[in-house]
Design a protein around this ligand. Structure first.
Ligand SMILES: NC(=O)c1ccc[n+]([C@@H]2O[C@H](COP(=O)([O-])OP(=O)(O)OC[C@H]3O[C@@H](n4cnc5c(N)ncnc54)[C@H](O)[C@@H]3O)[C@@H](O)[C@H]2O)c1
Ligand SMILES: [Zn+2]
Ligand SMILES: [Zn+2]
Length: 366
């Protein structure tokens, strides 16, 4: 067991605290990782607001990269010294999804068995089974994905959640590719990553929609060919018009990605897709939300598919090393997502800046 500094949320809506925690030595199937960088994601804020569950105290942070310090006795896939990005989809290999060859939908992903604790022994709940606003964290070995060790930790750690969710929503879930038009509604970290994913896949046009002009500028720098300020313009009409400029007769975009997580923006996505097109919901709604008055004939009449995307339907072992290689080759600008590097005592202030929409990602660097 060792003691390290870490950021916890002790109770609903209380500011986060920097405290000392106990990290057990890794047991069977586990690894201790020395964290080098961890992004501040909207989901960390949801945890601290009690929006995920009530299992306080939470050990926050889950978009991280670092170096494996020690592994349990039976661990062979990773070894001390490996540079890894942490993931929240360590596939079990044994559930129905895994058995039918679709491990990206694994229903029983692995986390560490032992618990990290406060100094008084109180067990911590690590965010998304990771908990990486900490100098060191204990995870399941399968949560460690080896990538090119010369990559910048603050940039590639973001693949651990939001950036992978966005890129995967476009490519894995939406099927973005050459010859397809893509629209993205909501251009925060996740939406802009979806724009970057669509660009990487060769889709065109790529239409970015947001109510914040700054976000639209960023989206353009990441590959959006058109931008729509939906606080000024009807986004459905605008998407239809832009898509039809490239593909005459198109009645919308082939793939429309909702990256806000609200009924009204999902409905915009629904009506802005072409016939037989695909809607991808990657934004996370709250339990009280529903879509009012959607005529069933419109669902039937437009054909196509209505999908949701958890973690961009990614398979970390397949997607992280590939995306890190593209980053290293200068073909995927992960640095552009890192608005600022902060120290471990700056998480609460980073939540504030997130509210004001000034940052794509603040990244804690240790
Ligand atoms: N599915 C997953 O696996 C996954 C993973 C990570 C995050 N998420 C979710 O994705 C969503 C986006 O996350 P983020 O980190 O990008 O958040 P963010 O707050 O950085 O971005 C949200 C964006 O939506 C814009 N927006 C808000 N209302 C809008 C409206 N009515 N029309 C158009 N744009 C609007 C905002 O201006 C902002 O740019 C969240 O719901 C988050 O929980 C999902
Ligand atoms: Zn499984
Ligand atoms: Zn996240």
């Amino acid at each position: 067991m060792q003691q390290v500094r870490a950021v916890i949320a002790r109770s609903k809506d209380a500011p986060v605290e920097l405290v000392t925690i106990n990290v057990p030595d890794p047991g069977p199937g586990e690894a201790v990782v020395q964290v080098q960088a961890c992004g501040v994601c909207h989901t960390d804020l949801h945890y601290r607001q009690g929006g995920i569950n009530d299992e306080f105290p939470f050990l926050l942070g889950h978009e991280a990269a670092g170096v494996v310090e020690a592994v349990g006795p039976d661990v062979t896939d990773v070894a001390p010294g490996d540079f890894v990005v942490l993931n929240w989809r360590a596939v079990c290999g044994d559930c129905r999804a895994c058995n039918r060859g679709e491990p990206q939908y694994c229903f029983a992903t692995h986390n560490a068995t032992q618990k990290m604790t406060l100094e008084d022994g109180t067990e911590l709940s690590p965010a998304l089974g990771i908990g990486a606003f900490a100098e060191k964290t204990l995870v399941a070995a399968g949560q460690c994905t080896k990538v090119d060790p010369s990559a910048r930790p603050a940039a590639v750690g973001l693949l651990g959640c939001g950036v992978m969710a966005g890129i995967g929503a476009a490519i894995n879930t939406g099927g973005a590719t050459r010859g397809r038009s893509v629209a993205v509604i909501g251009c925060g970290g996740v939406g802009v990553a979806a724009v970057a994913g669509a660009a990487l896949a060769g889709a065109s046009p790529i239409i970015a929609v947001d109510i914040d002009a700054k976000k639209l500028e960023t989206a353009r720098s990441m590959g959006a060919t058109h931008t729509v300020d939906s606080s000024q313009t009807d986004p459905v009409a605008a998407i239809k018009e832009i898509a039809a400029q490239t593909y005459p007769g198109a009645e919308g975009a082939d793939i429309v990605i909702e990256a806000v997580g609200r009924p009204e923006t999902w409905k915009q996505a629904f009506y802005a897709r072409d016939l037989a097109g695909t809607v991808v919901l990657v934004g996370v709604p709250t339990p009280d939300m529903s879509v009012p008055e959607l005529p069933l004939i419109d669902v039937f009449g437009r054909g196509g598919s209505l999908k949701s995307s958890w973690y961009g339907d990614c398979l970390p072992s397949r997607d992280f090393p590939m995306l890190v290689d593209l980053y290293q080759q200068g073909r995927l600008d992960l640095d552009a997502f890192v608005t600022e590097e902060i120290s471990i005592d700056g998480v609460e202030a980073a939540f504030e800046r997130m509210h004001h929409g000034d940052v794509l990602r603040s990244v804690v660097v240790l």
